[in-house]
Structures are given as structure tokens and as C-alpha cells.
Design a protein around this ligand. Structure first.
Ligand code: ZN
Length: 261
């Protein structure tokens, strides 16, 4: 298993390999999926780095109603094939960044999700090909922040899912996890709100990537949010939100009221 982090360097974003035992980050050349070469630079202390979302997506593809109990809690039937929508890359938020509650919504909710990060170009692949070719490079934690009231009133999900800061991701990109059975949890101010396992997903990670690749070409660095387990609920200013996925770590974000425009 290898842990990668993306961080703000002096000359722009960079990637590094994070050693959890020493908490040091060894900078690498290029992106992890390029076949990283370590650089002759001294390692950096993780605590001194400004972490960035560990993805560089041309698009963020999300999957709705992929856990039975979550579909039921919102009164929705289970889809017979994956239900897709997009979040714009401008919604990405770094670990430690603040989720801004927009004035257009009166009910913004959290959704803890396993995020898949694509490692090679994928087009019209089968689930088997996805599994064999390493199309899924690794995984991270995602909070699919949602303006629930706008999701109900708008026909499309674009506004409800697309506000700036509505896609926290991180803290690391981890290669080599057994994606089929990981716990996915979310806490608000320390209280557990969501607690699921990826084995309860209706469509597996490989099936989702195959299905999406039949619609749009997936590129290295693209992010796929695989749906949320039951327990979604509202966020208010001052909340501290933690998304935890087994083997990846904890993605922590504060909630603030939006700055006036
Ligand atoms: Zn979601």
C-alpha cells in the first residue's frame, strides 16, 4: 500500500509519498500514476505542508443511490443501473478547508463517500478490464456536500451539488486498498452520523468505472464519488465534519456561512 499526498509547493502543486511511520513526505516527479520517480530532495514534514485535494480531475463523476439504506432514507427506489451526475472541479476543497454554506440554500447536507481516482485513460471498458488494467489507481475520502432543498426543487442536480467548496477530498490518495469492503464513516463535532461499508454498495467500484467509461472517456486524475451510506444530515456554521474511509484516514473540514457576495 502506498500513500500519496498533494501539496502546495513554492512553484505550484506537487505530489509526494507519505510515510505514516515517520510522517515524512518524499517529493516525486509528476503524478503518482505516471510511474513516480523519487527526487534527490530531502523529505518534508507532513505537518508543515499545505495539503491539496489528491486529484487533478477533468471531471468529478458522482453516483446517486448506491447504498440501499440511503436510497430508502430519501424515499427513492433503487436504480436498475448507476445514476450519474457531475460536480465541477471548481467545487474541490482541500483537507482542512472550509465548507461554505451558500445563501441560496436552507439545508446543506454531508455525504461521506469512497472516492476513486483514475490512473489511466479508460473508454468503454468492461468491469473485468477495469480490474485487470489498473484503471482505478487508488482511493481517497470525499464529502459530496449537497444543498438538499435545491436538489428537490431543481430538475438537474447541477446547482445542488456544484457550489464552490462542495467537494472536499483527501487527505491522501492510497494505492493498493481492497475497495470491495472498507468502512466509510462521517462524524459531525465528534458524533457519528454515517457508518457504512463499501460491501453494501449496489454497484461495485469496477462496475461503476466500466459503466461511466461507456458514457465519457475517463482520464488520469479524474475523481469518482461512489455514493453515500445512510445517515445524511444537515450542516450548520461552526460544525467540524470528519469523513473517514478505512485505510485512507480522516478528511476534516469546518463549516462556515458563505461570505456575502
Ligand atoms: Zn453523493
Amino acid at each position: 500500500m502506498t500513500r500519496y499526498v498533494r501539496f502546495a509547493g513554492i512553484h505550484g502543486p506537487r505530489w509526494g509519498v507519505h510515510d505514516p511511520d515517520t510522517n515524512l513526505v518524499a517529493p516525486i516527479d509528476g503524478a503518482p500514476w505516471d510511474g513516480p520517480a523519487s527526487l534527490p530532495e530531502p523529505p518534508l514534514a507532513l505537518t508543515g505542508l499545505a495539503l491539496l485535494p489528491p486529484v487533478t480531475p477533468t471531471k468529478i463523476v458522482c453516483v446517486g443511490r448506491n447504498y440501499r439504506e440511503h436510497a430508502a432514507e430519501l424515499g427513492n427506489p433503487l436504480p436498475s443501473e448507476p445514476l450519474l451526475f457531475l460536480k465541477p472541479p471548481s467545487a474541490l476543497l482541500a483537507p482542512g478547508g472550509a465548507i461554505e454554506l451558500p445563501p441560496e440554500s436552507n439545508r446543506v447536507e454531508h455525504e461521506a463517500e469512497l472516492g476513486l481516482v483514475i490512473g489511466r485513460r479508460v473508454r468503454r471498458a468492461t468491469a473485468d478490464e477495469v480490474a485487470r488494467t489498473g484503471a482505478i489507481f487508488g482511493a481517497t475520502c470525499v464529502d459530496d456536500v449537497t444543498a438538499r432543498d435545491l436538489q428537490k426543487t431543481d430538475v438537474q442536480f447541477t446547482r445542488a451539488k456544484g457550489f464552490d467548496t462542495f467537494c472536499p477530498a483527501g487527505p491522501a490518495l492510497v494505492e493498493g486498498l481492497h475497495l470491495a469492503d472498507l468502512f466509510v464513516a462521517l462524524r459531525v463535532n465528534g458524533a457519528v452520523r454515517q457508518n457504512g461499508r463499501t460491501r453494501d454498495m449496489v454497484f461495485s467500484a469496477e462496475t461503476l468505472v466500466a459503466f461511466i467509461s461507456g458514457v465519457m472517456t475517463l482520464e488520469p486524475g479524474d475523481l469518482i464519488a461512489t455514493g453515500t451510506p445512510a445517515g445524511v444530515g444537515p450542516l450548520i456554521p461552526g460544525d467540524l465534519v470528519e469523513v473517514e474511509v478505512e485505510g485512507i484516514g480522516v478528511l476534516t473540514n469546518q463549516v462556515i456561512a458563505a461570505a456575502s457576495r
